[in-house]
Design a protein around this ligand. Structure first.
Ligand code: CO
Length: 457
């Protein structure tokens, strides 16, 4: 059987290339054809999509999901889901998973920045529960891939065994920075396949220019599923191109056997979307080029441009090299967290402060303090205790699951926003995005009031 393909253009593609700004109409543009092409799944939804709908597009994210489900009759829909919410909402996993599956999601890809299994368990349990209720729903756990002295093949195999033990249906290597080397991918996938029975998927980005090679080695190692993006939204900071991967594998035992005619029609339609964002400037040509610096410094592309922006704001762009040398030191002090949202921003800001202050840890962002209190979960390696002491003194550090501290609030919010929230989905949007969701819902409610019919005098 050939390798299976997950189409990512409609989630990660536009998230990586132009800040998740595709509208629902644009998402629907080539969807009918993509649905006929024979994909394993189409990734369509995630935290950033949800946020961008409410914040920038004045669209109901739940409505997008329902519209997509209506068009996608044959193909599974996938969402990306952060296993634990640290914003102060305890039943996050349960409620979001229930409503997502109810409104059309089939595969929930759950990740945690620290790969703390305790932060993933609730979402897996919730997915299992609602899969039973709605007759669909799979729990996939994505392990954040990074390089460090502790992040060895053995480390990931150990994690993969735990992922299998808590009942996940499949496992994904999530290489958000695009730094997974071809041979490491081969070794990693071979070892995970040998030690678990789970289907293995690979998700990566072309940022460093490696991915054609890495995907091929992953396929040779027996990876079951790979993530690719339709050509207009592929390459650069996005995924490898779906069509190229399909053509490359034709005539081999790995041939995904997708319907290229349907895919080509969809791609043609999506060209106008790419061109629109190129013209508006949201899609920068630089995002479409290769950036080998991410391999040199082992930081994701988004983090690199963030650091440059931060330094530029202080007129200190000349300190970039110093900051990039400080990043690995901060990571080591914090127990080698993978550089994925939100930790990439946290580590980056700390490195900038250390360099600009001329003294390490003289000041620290609030989030770093919370991290050192244990509020993000368990660090991959122990934190440097001298650094912890310098930043939070003798404050108590929690070792239990951080979400246990959060208060349940769904019912309270439901009461509080009675009359404004028109559905449980509305309440959930408010729970997750607060004022941003409220502003959207109020506006939508106002628009729905029919204007009074003028009575002629
Ligand atoms: Co990604």
């Amino acid at each position: 059987m050939g390798v299976k393909i997950v189409e990512t253009a409609l989630r990660d593609g536009h998230q990586s290339l132009f800040a998740t700004r595709m509208t629902t109409d644009e998402v629907l543009l080539g969807l009918k054809e993509l649905d006929k092409a024979g994909y394993h799944a189409i990734e369509i939804w995630g935290g950033a999509t949800f946020d961008s709908c409410l914040r920038f597009l004045n669209e109901d994210p739940w409505e997008r999901l329902r519209k997509v489900r209506k068009v996608c009759k044959n193909t599974k829909l996938q969402m990306l889901f952060r296993g634990q919410n640290i914003l102060g909402y305890r039943h996050y996993a349960d409620d979001v998973v229930e409503k997502s599956i109810e409104n059309g999601i089939d595969i929930i890809r759950i990740f945690d920045a620290l790969n703390d299994i305790r932060n993933l368990e609730c979402a897996v349990k919730a997915t299992k529960k609602y899969a039973k209720k709605f007759g669909r729903g799979e729990a996939q756990i994505a392990l954040s891939y990074t390089t460090s002295p502790v992040h060895t093949v053995e480390y990931y195999v150990e994690l993969a065994k735990q992922v299998e033990a808590i009942g996940a249906d499949s496992i994904c290597i999530k290489d958000m920075a695009g730094v997974l080397l071809p041979q490491t991918a081969y070794d990693l996938i071979t070892a995970i396949k040998k030690n678990t029975k789970l289907p293995v998927e690979l998700h990566s980005h072309c940022t460093g220019g490696l991915m054609g090679m890495t995907y091929m080695r992953a396929i040779e190692a027996g990876v079951d599923i790979i993530d690719t993006a339709l050509s207009p939204l592929a390459g650069g900071t996005s995924q490898p191109c779906t069509e190229s991967v399909c053509y490359a594998l034709q005539g081999t035992e790995y041939d995904p056997k997708l319907d290229m005619e349907q895919i080509n029609i969809a791609a043609k339609k999506m060209e106008s979307v790419r061109d629109k964002y190129l013209k508006s400037g949201l899609l920068k040509p630089k995002s479409l080029t290769v950036n080998p610096n991410i391999l040199k410094y082992q930081v994701p592309g988004g983090m690199l441009s963030n650091l440059m922006n931060q330094l530029d704001a202080f007129g200190k762009l000349d300190k970039l090299d110093e900051v990039l040398q400080e990043v690995p030191n901060v990571r080591k002090d914090l127990g080698y967290p993978p550089l994925v949202t939100p930790l990439s921003q946290m580590v980056g800001t700390q490195a900038v402060q250390n360099v600009l202050n001329g003294e390490r840890y003289k000041t620290s962002p609030k989030e770093i303090k919370e991290y050192l209190h244990g509020k993000y979960g368990k660090s991959p390696a122990p934190v440097d205790e001298d650094v912890r002491k310098k930043i939070i003194g003798d404050d108590p550090v929690i070792t239990y699951r951080p979400a246990d501290d959060l208060a349940p609030e769904f019912e309270n919010l439901k009461k509080q926003y009675k009359g404004i929230a028109k559905s449980d989905e509305d309440v959930l949007s408010i729970a997750l995005f607060g004022d941003v969701a409220l502003k959207f819902i109020n506006q939508r409610n106002e628009d729905a009031i029919p204007t009074k019919i003028k009575v002629e005098a």
